[in-house]
Design a protein around this ligand. Structure first.
Ligand code: ZN
Ligand code: ZN
Length: 361
């Protein structure tokens, strides 16, 4: 099957048959996009063994047939999309109806249950599971997003000045990302300076950059709907010894993980590749988050690389590798690259430039 969206629909149908489901209600928009190409903000996909019906509203009357018309039967609803889908379910009288229980609001699920004669079955993350495996075009889009992000940072880093706010730098970086063609920021750009770099999920603030500060920049780009997610480190001026030592340890841990990761490893094994390097030097407590996450149409998707995850990483997944060490009051270092876990081993999609940049200030 040359059309990837039809091949994806076929893969979902195989899963439905295994679970004896007659129909699947797909409500998660990234899943709908992956299966049909529709990029709008309101739709429900009703997938049966024979058909894919895409219900959307009048705002997408032109766009939906253009994007999805060759792989789905697009139906534009003037009143309520859910009302139309409920009507179809009643009319068809399907017995076992799968839905995305992890995403559909309980209110909507209860309402459906009350109205239907068939049983509503939580199909779990069927589509997300399949989405973990990327095809060549998806990998190319993530690589393009990473390249765009790296170029934007390379443009902006030489302009960093002592005395400007984290927000000033973030806004220049975001402008460069957009100018270079990023469709949107896949998440809030993090610029964390000095002691604030010790907050793993820092927000960008009014803090003014000072000489000697560590600068942690966690940012991304989106190309063709696919996200890149990178973290880079710099120092305002020459790095001191502790900055160099902590950075070198995180870089060693990151390299061990991004070179050692293989399909078939569990999330726990992958996480351990970096964690053991950091623990061996006594900083285990300071690496408080997991190693990484899947990347694709969403910036956080499967597989998760964490000590609690026993599922194996599938061949073809794209993941971030992002160990960090955070020392309260001093600062933190995180290095994040994007890796395709191919059949012959890992392939870096970002440039892996994890050196500690010393800015000329
Ligand atoms: Zn990130
Ligand atoms: Zn990340």
């Amino acid at each position: 099957m040359a059309e990837p969206r039809l091949a994806r629909q076929a893969a979902v149908r195989t899963r439905l048959a295994e679970r004896h489901l007659e129909v699947l209600l797909v409500t998660h928009l990234p899943n709908i996009r992956w299966l049909t190409g529709f990029t709008g903000s309101a739709a429900i996909l009703v997938l049966t063994p024979e058909r894919a019906r895409l219900f959307t509203d009048f705002r997408y009357a032109v766009q939906a047939p253009q994007e999805a018309g060759t792989v789905a039967d697009v139906q534009v609803e003037r009143a309520s999309v859910w009302g139309r889908v409920r009507g179809l379910l009643r009319e068809r009288g399907w017995g076992r109806i799968g839905f995305e229980g992890h995403l559909l609001p309980a209110r909507e699920a209860d309402r459906l249950r009350g109205e239907l004669s068939g049983s509503l079955v939580d199909a779990g993350e069927v589509v997300e599971g399949l989405r973990q495996v990327k095809d060549a075009d998806e990998v190319a889009a993530i690589r393009a997003a990473a390249t765009l992000a790296q170029d934007a940072l390379a443009e902006v880093l030489p302009t960093v000045r002592v005395g400007e706010r984290e927000l000033d730098l973030a806004s220049r970086l975001e402008a460069a990302l957009r100018r270079r063609g990023s469709e949107w920021h896949p998440f809030e750009t993090i610029v964390a300076s000095g002691p604030r770099s010790a907050l793993p999920h820092a927000r960008t603030t009014e803090r003014r950059l000072a000489a000697g500060d560590l600068l942690l920049i966690d940012f991304g780009a989106k190309v063709g709907g696919y996200c890149a997610d990178l973290t880079r480190m710099a120092v305002l001026g020459p790095a001191d010894e502790q900055q160099r030592t902590v950075h070198a340890l995180v870089a060693a841990a990151q390299r061990a993980a991004r070179e050692g990761i293989r399909a078939g490893m569990t999330g726990r094994d992958a996480d351990a590749l970096a964690r053991t390097v950091i623990e061996a030097r006594g900083h285990g407590e300071a690496f408080g988050h997991s190693l990484g996450h899947g990347l694709g149409l969403e910036v956080h998707e499967g597989p998760r690389l964490a000590s609690t995850v026993e599922e194996p990483i599938p061949v073809g997944a794209v993941v971030t590798v992002e160990p960090g060490i955070y020392l309260p009051g001093w600062g933190g270092v995180r290095l994040e690259d994007d890796v395709w876990v191919g059949p012959d081993g890992p392939v870096l999609l970002s440039d892996g430039r994890t050196d500690l940049v010393e800015l000329d200030i």
